[in-house]
Structures are given as structure tokens and as C-alpha cells.
Design a binder for this molecule. Structure first.
Ligand code: M6R
Length: 623
């Protein structure tokens, strides 16, 4: 989940690399570095500058040690092997070869032992340094950098996106991809305003969008040589191949903060639009997914949802929606657990990966395994043409637009919209098998569609309560722990509310199914443990109210998320955040929004780095 950028052209590379790294910082931000080729008397030398900490530190280091080279690579790191120190920062270097890497080299210990025997000296604790030495070693028997990289990746196991420059090959950058994202940006004078040819490489398109909208996606196993004339690519079988060029249509301004203090706050406020776009993408009149032909589970088949983190919470809601609406058995797995528990896949099962980035390594591996075991695969992704989107048989895009904040918000609610639409679609194809009355089904579908269409304005009205939520947040910002309770669809909402709070405020927070309280967590309740209760109208409401009473009678302070017009709740809770009434099956989409705001304002009050919380990265591309 590190960020990679590379540039080769006629412009000074350093500012372009720094600009790209700033855009990629959400992928990791514990250290950063660049390696830029400089020509002195025509003999190229490497100008390598690295700094521990955020990119601002690298900027300062480069100011003290400037370079006007026009050919370089850069990296922002999220530590896996070796702490976040300057020595462990990329690029790593060996005999004129500089390498930046995203991923994990699983057999690095064996490779390191062999390279040490061969006389190479290691300067870092990283797995990446073996790659620099492998390539330097391969260059002793291969004159072309491309071949040396091919020979090196053939010895590696694990995942990599690599970007390599070499003093002996000053006209090229060689890149390689296997199970980690990487794309090439081709010369685009219209976007950059520069007529002279140039080429970029980056982990994701946001890093280069100001300079090119013409990108080439690499496949797993590809090695590519980039020169100012373009890219020459070989595939896993060493055959020369061409890859599709695509044009990026989304707007770079969408990735800027537009006046909000943080990307997270901006993205929370973008939810009405993101949801509207998701609906527009998939609903035409009264028809949902009208031109799509997703795989259907066989009469004894199941739907298996695979995801991590926030996307897993969306998948938990998806299970309930699919079972209740379509009466198809559904299971949810944490993607990181799925492939290690020898899962049973039967003929007619369909597996759905849910992922904002479409690059999460655990989810990618899980859906690959489900497919290998015979499930038909589908994904719900936000990032177009991401690895998961490309790997699965079909994809439902969420159209949330770029999500920059590490804490996921609009991706979550649009995933819930996509899962709701999919459940209604599936119900339309399975209800006759279940003996459901068609009239009743159609009526339910109409009611759900009406609520779905109203979601953007419903969420606008929730956002209008931001100041009240901010006031409530101030009252709770100094607590140490917080409990979140919900039942049915309110349970994943509680889990998600707790995850949001802990990841950005560093407060300890737990989500619990409210009926589970009495089986243990109730022991925690006292006046120092505020409890957020999802108490919106719907099935289970009365039982949630009983659980709320249990909290109160033990001295707990309650913040309730309740439906407007609920008069009893104000007698029971210290603070109430009201949300508009809605179909109970869609209430999670609405009830999640005030919890996002509550977490945001508490974190802001505590002065944390909201968009880039410590230890986290936006896209977790390592297992
Ligand atoms: O890109 P994905 O949806 O696959 O990411 C999965 C999780 O890493 C992600 O949801 C993570 O939990 C977020 N930081 C939550 O805000």
C-alpha cells in the first residue's frame, strides 16, 4: 500500500515526483524518497534523497539538496518490513540501480541470504532491498534492464509493483507488476500543455492526472520499458504484448478539498451526489440493472460476500438484505480469513467482492480463491478498472468518485445502495422459486425504489444537523472509550460507527449487537462509558429500547440515533440525533451519516490527523 511515481521527459523531475507523491500520500506516509538521474559530463549519476516521516520532510530535504534531473522515481511508504526510518525509505539502491516497490516479497529472507553470500551488502531491513541487488546482479549477465528485471522477478514470490531506473540505462524506466496496482501515463500534450514527449508511471491515476489523462493498465506478470517514445510491454510468458489505453474522464478538482477542512468532511458532504450518481448508473425508470445479466445462484446456491473493514460492514448489511428480500442464503466472510479456512464452495454459489479501492490484497486473494473453487464472481467496486473489478466476471460500480480520506464514508453508503439495488434485482428473479406473491413483491420493490430515489435529499436533511452533532461531539471528545449498539441492520451500522471513531480519533470504540450486551459487555457500563445506540424505527426497535434502559440503569450516558417523531427517546437518552423516517431496510444508509459526523467532529476536537490517521493507509495492498 505504498505509493509509486515515476517520470521521464524534459521537465525537471523533482517537482513532478513531489506533486505525485502528495497525491499518493493516503497510501502510506511514514517515509518518502526520490531517486533522480543527473548527467554530469554525460555520465549519469543517481541523486537519491529520502526522509522519514511525511512528504513535507522530503520536500525540505530536497530543498537542501536540489536537482534538475529530468528522469526519476519516487515513493511514499507504509512500513511492512523494517521500521519507518530513513534507511528503510525507498528508493533502494545497488550498483547504479534504484528501485521503488509496493507489495511484499515473501521469499525475501532466502533471497537476502543468497545475496549476502554473493557479496552484496544490505543497508536496510526491508524486503525491497533484495530487488535492487537482484537487478544489479542480473545486469552482470544481461545488458538490457528489461531482461534484468524479468530475470529478477522470476526469482521473487509475493506481490510487487516495481519501478526501476539505472545509471547504465539513462533513457528508460522499467516497471513490473504482480498483484499490486501500477499504471503508465502516456504523453498527453492537451492535458499537460507540454509538446515534448514524456511518460509517467504511478500507483494510481490521481498522481498524474494534472499531466495526462491517457493511461495504460498493466496486467499481473507484465514488465514494461518506458521511454519518451512510449511503452514496450512483455507479459508473464515474456511475449511482447499491447495493453489497452484508456482515457480518464473524471475531474482532478474532484480530488481537491474544495474549501472543507478535511477530505473526510468533504466526502461526507458529497454523499447525496455520490448516491445520486450510483442510482443513476443502475436505475432506469423502474428498471434496476436493466441491461445487466449478473450470475444467479442456483436453487441450492448461496451468495458469499467477501470484504474487509468498512466494506465488510456493508457486506454484513448485504447479507441481511439479500436473505430478507430475495430469500437466497447469504454468507459474509472477512476476506483475510476466507482462503485460510478451506471454504466450501458448491456448484451454483456466487461470490461477491465488496471493495472501494478494488485493490485490497485480502479481498483480491479471497475472490480469486472463490473463483478457483468454482463460484461465479461479481464485485462491487468504486475504482474503475481496479484489479478486483477486472478479475471478477462482472462488476457493479458505485460511482462515488475518488475517495481520498483514509476513513471511508461515501464509499460505504454507495456500497449499501449498490447492495440494496442488487438485492431488489435478485428478488425479482428468485421470488417465483420462493412462492412469493408477485403483486406483493412488486409493491415492496416500488416502495424500496421510492426510498432509494429519495436518499440524496434525505441525506441532505441529515447533513443539516451537522452543528448539533458537532456540539454533541464536543461533550464526548475527552472520553477514553465508547460503545456502539445496534440490532439487525443496526448492528453493522454500530460496527461501522465504532470503526470510524477509533480509526480517526484513536478513542477505543466497540460495536456490539445490542442483544449481546447482557452476555458480557454490560460489565463495562458506567458513567465513563458513553453508549451510542442505533434506535431507529423498525423491527427490533422495542428490544433496542430495553437494551438502552439496561445501559441507563447502570449509569451509562446514551447518545441515540432515532427516527424523527420518536417522543419517548428524549426521555431515555442524554443526547438524540434524529434522522428522517425511511424504509427500515434502507435506514442503515441514513443512520450511518450522523455517526460519520460524530466521529469526524470528535477526532477534529482531539486534534488528530483526520485524513491520514496514524498507522493506516487508504488502500491495503499487502496481506
Ligand atoms: O478498498 P476497500 O474497500 O477494499 O478497503 C477495505 C478496508 O481497508 C477499508 O474499508 C478500511 O477499513 C477503511 N479505512 C475504513 O474506513
Amino acid at each position: 500500500m505504498c505509493g509509486i511515481i515515476g517520470y521521464l521527459g524534459t521537465r525537471t523531475a523533482a517537482p513532478l515526483l513531489l506533486e505525485g507523491l502528495a497525491k499518493l500520500e493516503y497510501r502510506g506516509y511514514d517515509s518518502a524518497g526520490v531517486a533522480i538521474l543527473e548527467r554530469h559530463d554525460e555520465a549519469p549519476t543517481t541523486h537519491r534523497v529520502r526522509a522519514a516521516g511525511k512528504i513535507a520532510h522530503l520536500v525540505t530535504a530536497l530543498e537542501a539538496s536540489p536537482t534538475n534531473g529530468t528522469h526519476g522515481i519516487g515513493h511514499t511508504r507504509w512500513a511492512t518490513h523494517g521500521g519507518p526510518t530513513q534507511d528503510n525509505a525507498h528508493p533502494h539502491f545497488s550498483e547504479g540501480v534504484s528501485v521503488v516497490h509496493n507489495g511484499i516479497i515473501e521469499n525475501h529472507a532466502a533471497l537476502r541470504a543468497r545475496l549476502l553470500e554473493d557479496g552484496f551488502e544490505f543497508k536496510s531491513e526491508t524486503d525491497t532491498e533484495v530487488i535492487a541487488h537482484l537487478i544489479a546482479q542480473a545486469l552482470k549477465s544481461h545488458s538490457r534492464l528489461h531482461e534484468a528485471v524479468q530475470a529478477s522477478v522470476a526469482q521473487m514470490q509475493g506481490a510487487w509493483a516495481l519501478c526501476v531506473i539505472s545509471e547504465r540505462h539513462p533513457e528508460e524506466i522499467v516497471v513490473a507488476r504482480h498483484a499490486s496496482p501500477l499504471l503508465i501515463g502516456l504523453h498527453d500534450a492537451e492535458t499537460s500543455g507540454h509538446a515534448t514527449p514524456e511518460v509517467f508511471v504511478a500507483s494510481d491515476v490521481s498522481a498524474i492526472l494534472n499531466h495526462t489523462r491517457s493511461v495504460l493498465d498493466l496486467n499481473d506478470g507484465d514488465v514494461a520499458t518506458l521511454t519518451i517514445k512510449g511503452a514496450k510491454i512483455t507479459d508473464v510468458d515474456l511475449r511482447q504484448v499491447t495493453r489497452r489505453t484508456r482515457r480518464i474522464t473524471w475531474n482532478a478538482v474532484a480530488a481537491e478539498k474544495q474549501g472543507y477542512k478535511h477530505f473526510m468532511l468533504k466526502e461526507i458532504h458529497e454523499q447525496p451526489k455520490a448516491i445520486r450518481d450510483t442510482i443513476l448508473g443502475h436505475v432506469d425508470g423502474d428498471n434496476i440493472f436493466s441491461k445487466r445479466n449478473f450470475p444467479l445462484p442456483s436453487p441450492h446456491g448461496r451468495v458469499i460476500l467477501l470484504a474487509c473493514g468498512t466494506s465488510w460492514h456493508a457486506a454484513l448489511c448485504g447479507k441481511i438484505l439479500i436473505e430478507q428480500l430475495a430469500r437466497v442464503p447469504a454468507e459474509v466472510d472477512l476476506a483475510s480469513e476466507f482462503r485460510y479456512r478451506q471454504p466450501v464452495i458448491r456448484e451454483g454459489d456466487i461470490a461477491i467482492a465488496v471493495s472501494q479501492s478494488g485493490e485490497t490484497a485480502d479481498t483480491l486473494a479471497a475472490i480469486r480463491e472463490a473463483g478457483r473453487l468454482g463460484a461465479k464472481t461479481l464485485s462491487i467496486c468504486n475504482v474503475v478498472d481496479s484489479s478486483i473489478a477486472r478479475m471478477t466476471g462482472d462488476v457493479i460500480y458505485t460511482h462515488a468518485g475518488p475517495e481520498i480520506s483514509v476513513a471511508s464514508t461515501k464509499a460505504f453508503t454507495t456500497q449499501l445502495v449498490a447492495l440494496s439495488l442488487f438485492s431488489v434485482w435478485l428478488a425479482g428473479r428468485t421470488s417465483s422459486d420462493n412462492g412469493e406473491d408477485e403483486g406483493a413483491r412488486d409493491e415492496r420493490e416500488r416502495a424500496l425504489l421510492t426510498t432509494i430515489r429519495n436518499l440524496p435529499s434525505t441525506i441532505e436533511s441529515v447533513l443539516e444537523h451537522r452543528e448539533r452533532i458537532q456540539r454533541i461531539a464536543r461533550r464526548y471528545a475527552q472520553y477514553r472509550d465508547m460503545l456502539y449498539l445496534g440490532r439487525g441492520l443496526g448492528y453493522p451500522v454500530a460496527l461501522e460507527g465504532a470503526l470510524k471513531l477509533k480509526e480517526i480519533s484513536y478513542m477505543h470504540a466497540e460495536g456490539y449487537a445490542s442483544g449481546e450486551m447482557k452476555h458480557g459487555p454490560i460489565a463495562l457500563i458506567d458513567e465513563t462509558m458513553p453508549v451510542v445506540v442505533i434506535a431507529t424505527e423498525g423491527p427490533g426497535y422495542e428490544k433496542v429500547i430495553s437494551n438502552l434502559e439496561e445501559v441507563r440503569s447502570r449509569g451509562g450516558r446514551v447518545i441515540a440515533v432515532a427516527t424523527m417523531g420518536d417522543t419517548q427517546i428524549e426521555q431515555l437518552a442524554e443526547d438524540v440525533i434524529f434522522v428522517p423516517p425511511a424504509h427500515p431496510m434502507l435506514q442503515p444508509i441514513i443512520a450511518s451519516v450522523p455517526l460519520q459526523l460524530l466521529a469526524y467532529y470528535i477526532a477534529d476536537q482531539r486534534g488528530t490527523d483526520v485524513d491520514q490517521p496514524r498507522n493506516l493507509a487508504k488502500s491495503v495492498t499487502v496481506e
